[in-house]
Design a protein around this ligand. Structure first.
Ligand code: FNR
Length: 196
């Protein structure tokens, strides 16, 4: 039997009742069912300030290094991206900016793309709107490709997210679960092949 593929799951929201955090929980569960070794992180658990190069010059925050380590350790990712003004959130961009910023003179992290290069990334979104946050994915994909990620062609945007979850946070509709599963399966399929 092959080793389980390490799958990283996170959402670009810190909101307590975030639909994207709920969708990330559903994707993590589906990933475990598919046999992946899932790491589901909450960005709220990382103390990451707004990016400022002057602050960075005083030393990269410890939690940014932790995120670099976590991103790098996972060949497969599922990213749940909320949509603000037709794009991804400031939290998402700030996180990616910090994690992609090289640590000058550091023997491990002197390459900014190191935590991203070669990762297979599946994109999900959830929004109360009719498009489900699809436009945020259209912006996030080229950003990640620029960092040398392989963005999986299968994506899913969950529309009318306010009606899509039970009070316990489970997806109510089987077609929605199937769409999430299709993204997770494609990411794991590709990541396994890339690992050789
Ligand atoms: C939004 N929202 C939103 N939704 C959408 O489908 N398209 C959009 O362009 C926007 N724009 C937008 C801008 C700003 C500033 C906010 C605060 C919100 C609504 C957004 O999808 C909704 O708040 C989601 O609930 C956010 O995701 P989480 O936090 O539930 O994961």
């Amino acid at each position: 039997m092959t080793n389980p593929t390490p799958l990283l799951v996170f959402a670009g929201s810190m909101r307590a009742q975030s639909f994207n955090r709920k969708l990330a929980t559903a994707a993590a569960e589906i990933g475990r069912e598919a046999g992946a070794a899932v790491t589901h992180i909450e960005l709220a658990d990382f103390d990451v300030p707004l990016y400022n190069a002057d602050l960075e010059a005083q030393g990269t925050p410890r939690d940014v290094v932790r995120l670099k380590e976590i991103f790098h350790a996972h060949p497969a990712w599922i990213v749940c991206s909320p949509e603000y003004n037709g794009s991804y959130t400031g939290l998402m961009k700030n996180t990616i900016d910090w994690v992609s910023s090289p640590i000058k003179g550091d023997p491990v992290w002197s390459s900014g793309t190191k935590p991203f290069a070669g990762k297979v990334v599946g994109l999900l979104a959830a929004s109360p709107g009719a498009l489900g946050g699809l436009r945020s994915l259209g912006h996030l994909a080229p950003l990640l490709m620029n960092l040398q990620c392989w963005v999986s062609p299968r994506q899913f945007a969950l529309a009318k997210a306010g009606e899509a979850f039970t009070p316990e946070g489970q997806l109510t509709a089987e077609p929605a679960r199937e769409n999430v599963r299709a993204v997770v399966d494609q990411v794991l399929w590709a990541a396994r092949r890339f690992q050789g």
